[in-house]
Design a binder for this molecule. Structure first.
Ligand code: 13P
Length: 253
């Protein structure tokens, strides 16, 4: 049985005061959900605030981005080693906003994934198709291509130290959630692709769903057999909503 995981991606939102109160609320729900893991992914400059507000809590601390390089002359970047030293446990790689707004290719995403693993971080590899890709029937090909780039770079066995997240781009921040059946279909596809390499590994890897998850739809999404939790954007900025989502995961855990 895979343990559910809920991660709140704050994106580029909030102040230090907000970060403190959101983190304190998330730490409280992390302590109250014995059957599920909970984490928050603040902007990197708020990592210290979140650490202070969640001290001795089981709350996972995540980062939204990581350099594709090891320490060196890369102005503006933050290395995986620096994140690990700052108490970070997991890091998003391949989020659609990084792919689309910042032009990150599958190759760059794979380099970041490799760096994260080398530093002992858990990469949270995000996969997902745009609306245009879904409408022309390319969903499976896109998601499998994004997954394969990482397998080519790091090997399928590396997935045992990673978390996957299916985030259809058309469902992110739009209020348009994938139906539970649509999510399940792609999650099952991802799991079966991993099973071709290693059946045991495919049964253990956690695959989160992201895209307009709310307190009102979390339970039906998490009830799907291949949905192992959520990657939450907007609702993670509202403690009552994030709390409801984490409790839905806990119920299902
Ligand atoms: P929303 O929950 O706001 O749709 O964002 C999802 C997301 O991108 C999380 O990484």
């Amino acid at each position: 049985m895979r343990r559910k995981l809920v991660l709140g991606n704050w994106k580029m939102n909030g102040s230090r005061v907000d970060a403190h109160s959101w983190a304190a609320a998330a730490a409280a729900v992390a302590a109250a959900t014995a059957n599920a893991d909970v984490g928050v992914i603040p902007p990197v400059v708020f990592l210290d605030v979140v650490r202070a507000a969640s001290d001795s809590s089981p709350l996972w601390l995540g980062a939204q981005n990581v350099a594709a390089y090891d320490n060196g002359a890369y102005t503006g970047e933050v290395s995986a080693r620096m994140l690990a030293e700052s108490g970070v446990r997991c890091v998003l790689v391949g989020h659609s906003e990084r792919r689309q707004v910042f032009g990150e290719s599958d190759v760059v995403v794979a380099e970041k994934y490799v760096r994260a693993l080398a530093a002992g971080l858990t990469p949270v590899l995000c996969l997902g198709e745009t609306l245009e890709e879904r409408e022309r029937g390319a969903t499976d090909a896109v998601v499998l291509r994004q997954l394969q780039a990482v397998i080519d770079a790091a090997g399928a066995a590396s997935l045992s130290d990673a978390v996957l997240a299916y985030e259809p781009v058309w469902a992110i921040g739009t209020g348009r959630t994938a139906s539970p059946a649509q999510a399940q279909e792609v999650h099952a596809l991802i799991r079966s692709a991993i099973a071709k390499h290693d059946a045991m590994l495919s049964s253990l890897v956690r695959i989160l769903y992201g895209g307009s998850v709310k307190g009102s739809n979390a339970a039906e999404l998490f009830a799907q057999s291949d949905v192992d939790g959520g990657l939450i954007g907007g609702a993670s900025l509202v403690p009552a909503d994030f709390d409801a989502i984490c409790r839905a995961a806990n119920q299902d855990g």
